[in-house]
Design a protein around this ligand. Structure first.
Ligand code: C5P
Length: 243
């Protein structure tokens, strides 16, 4: 199903690529941002950088350069603690933050979000059917992701993180009401390359219903990261200007 359509076209085309800054040192992340220059305007900063120290200084550095920031710390705790954590992200120029968990946790985040858009984690793109069996989830992945997406919306969240494989069903069921952010982007079948198992390529992610894609290693590990980012931006721009 091609899910381009009403409600999904209001995002700047160049913002649809979010580059994951998965580095163990803040300085490496900064020089990577400098390398990519104007080819990328939206960055995700996650757990690895959080543990590196200087997380909020990096956030401010990115915001000062006009970059959008996605805080991917996947908050998962009792609702009061999640409330406090989300409150701490307000008025800092943060665009997205991720939250994990049940209805009460999502509601806590939805209530405190202020100017931050909350994305609920559905099922990690590094998990496949066997991994979900291990975790005790009997239902199929699509059903699990859809139920989490519905609950996230009810709880006042703005969107979800979903693999490109489940995105078509989310769009079909929920239309343009929900933001869909898709990691696990790979140029080819990925079974033997790294930990991502439920992957799609750049164009397919948008055909399937993504609003944004998150890309880490395919850009970071490319021989010329800036060239790789520009090539992805060109694919995105071709997709969104064709309609
Ligand atoms: O390197 P790669 O392109 O796999 O990076 C994907 C990024 O998206 C990582 O930073 C990872 O933490 C994040 N992510 C994910 N799956 C989710 C949520 C976030 O891969 N469900």
């Amino acid at each position: 199903m091609d899910s381009r359509g009403a409600g999904r076209c209001e995002i700047d085309v160049s913002d649809r690529l979010i580059v994951a800054l998965d580095f163990s040192r803040s300085g490496e992340a900064r020089s990577f941002v400098d390398t990519l220059g104007s080819s990328v305007g939206f960055y995700k900063i996650g757990l690895e950088l959080f543990m590196a120290g200087g997380y909020f200084e990096l956030l401010e550095w990115l915001v000062a350069r006009g970059k959008k920031v996605f805080v991917d710390l996947k908050f998962f705790d009792v609702p009061e603690t999640v409330k406090g954590a989300v409150r701490g992200l307000r008025n800092r120029g943060v665009t997205f933050a991720t939250v994990h968990g049940n209805q009460a946790i999502l509601e806590a985040a939805g209530k405190e979000k202020g100017d931050v858009k909350i994305l609920a984690v559905t099922a990690l793109t590094s998990l496949d059917r066997g991994d979900l069996d291990d975790l005790g989830f009997q239902c199929d992945i699509e059903r699990l992701v859809l139920s989490r997406a519905r609950r996230a919306l009810e709880a006042g969240c703005d969107g979800i993180i979903s693999s490109g494989l489940e995105a078509p069903m989310i769009r079909y069921e929920l239309g343009g009401k929900i933001l869909v952010v898709t990691p696990g982007i790979r140029p080819v079948d990925n079974t033997s390359i790294d930990d991502q198992k439920r992957t799609v390529d750049v164009a397919q992610a948008f055909v399937n219903g993504a609003d944004y894609i998150v890309v880490g290693r395919p850009i970071r590990n490319a021989p010329d990261p800036k060239k790789a980012a520009i090539s992805i931006q060109n694919t995105i721009s071709t997709f969104w200007t064709r309609q």
